[in-house]
Design a protein around this ligand. Structure first.
Ligand code: PLP
Length: 407
């Protein structure tokens, strides 16, 4: 196991070692995408240098090697989330595609005219719009679990919604705007009492927390590679085999078929029936390397370090006059969202960018959350294992300076 040595870790991320506008880069936009370690970059490069080939249908050496590597990547991801079998992992482009797959395919299996689906008030658009659009077609209804002003979901309201017998529940593990860690294990058990399957949007959690899908007993868990040190364009979904077997395909074409004639087509086995067309093999191998990179550290140690960063940043920002935190749940992870009275988040973000600090400003693809808090957006600082307290000091000073300029 690697020692958690921040200098060694940062050496693996050359992109961090640069100046922007003549200032050292402070990268606090990790919830949007993390940077990639050298091992991931090299793995993908290596694939294109020595192994590139289309998979699953070649008899020749390169194709067989690429197929084996891709299927090994699936095994690594399955083991990472403790799936029962590697076939329970479907590779997709990421969380958004996984959720579209589920809204289409699970929706087709379970949701009839007038049926309901439950999401929460803090969802990313990707875990809301696909369900909403599917329900518009089926003349159904989207039920939304309320939250309070701290950004905590109301579980009594959730129970009331479950009594309306929705067909599917889909909720974020960690909110990308508020940082709230939702009590998903409890929420999954509550839905299961009514025999309702639960989808967990894990986009913000895979890099930060140990995920055990068997312990959670979730029916589906979706994620994006690029938010966990892997390349863009790869991600996936875990699904319980009994669901995946029953679900219809999502896209049609090569790879996902068994036999084809002009009269009739039969489909391939799980997971291939959900992977139409040529997949992003190089990125899948990068994802496997990212998983191994994460696994090479003591996860508890990394989590504690990231919590320390979050706590420190919260304390320091609180000293700036007019700071209001958006999302004050007792259990938060990975990020801070805030506004400063009288200052537009966009202006603040633009000014601190010139001081070398990269944060995200705006609605973070969660417009209903902003509407709930009555604000146009927030400034969001999100952390990864390579960030430091020294960077937080630079960030807080930059925010303070910008706030003074803008007041
Ligand atoms: N869900 C959550 C909670 C997210 O934070 C994000 C991205 O920010 C997504 C879904 C969408 O992820 P992607 O754009 O990688 O598909």
């Amino acid at each position: 196991m690697n020692q958690f040595n921040i200098n060694d870790i940062r050496k693996q991320f050359p992109v961090l070692d640069q100046q922007v506008y003549g200032k050292p880069l402070v990268y606090f936009d990790n919830a949007a995408t993390t940077q990639k370690p050298l091992c991931v970059i090299e793995r993908e490069r290596d694939y294109y240098l020595h192994e590139n080939c289309n998979i699953h249908r070649g008899v020749h050496y390169l194709s067989q090697m690429a197929t084996e590597a891709y299927e090994n990547a699936r095994k690594t991801v399955a083991q990472f989330v403790n799936a029962r079998q590697s076939q329970e992992i479907v590779f997709t482009r990421g969380t958004t595609e996984s959720l579209n797959l589920l809204a289409t395919s699970l929706g087709q299996l379970l949701v009839g005219e007038g049926d309901k689906v439950v999401v929460s008030a803090m969802e990313h658009h990707s875990n809301m719009v696909p369900w909403q659009q599917m329900l518009m077609r089926s003349k159904g209804e989207l039920l939304v679990i309320r939250m309070d002003k701290k950004g905590v979901l109301d579980l009594n309201h959730y129970e009331e919604l479950l009594k309306q017998r929705p067909k599917i529940v889909s909720i974020a593990h960690i909110s990308n705007t508020l940082g709230t860690v939702n009590p998903i294990k409890e929420m999954i058990a509550m839905a299961h009492k009514y025999d309702i399957p639960v989808v967990i949007d894990g986009a913000q959690s895979m890099a930060h927390q140990v995920i055990d899908v068997q312990d959670l007993d979730c029916d589906f868990y979706v994620f994006s590679g690029h938010k966990m040190y892997a390349p863009m364009g790869i991600g996936g979904l875990y699904g319980k085999m009994e669901w995946l077997e029953k679900m219809p395909p999502y896209q049609f074409g090569g790879e996902m078929v068994d036999t084809v004639s002009f009269e009739k087509t039969t489909f391939n086995k799980v997971p291939f029936k959900f992977e139409a067309g040529t997949p992003n093999v190089g990125a899948a191998l990068g994802l496997e390397t990212a998983v191994k990179f994460i696994q090479s550290f003591d996860r508890q140690e990394v989590e504690a370090y990231e919590d320390e960063l979050l706590e420190y940043a919260t304390e320091e920002l609180a000293n700036i006059e007019g700071t209001r935190f958006i999302g004050q749940a007792p259990k938060r992870n990975g990020l801070i969202s805030f506004v400063i009275d009288g200052i537009h988040p966009y202006d603040l973000g633009t000014i601190i960018d010139k001081m070398g600090v990269a944060v995200r400003t705006g609605h973070h693809c969660a417009e209903p959350v902003m509407t709930f808090f009555g604000i146009p957006g927030t400034v969001r600082a999100s952390f990864a294992m390579y960030n430091t307290k020294e960077e937080i000091d630079i960030f807080v000073k930059a925010v303070e300076k910008a706030a003074n300029m803008l007041k």
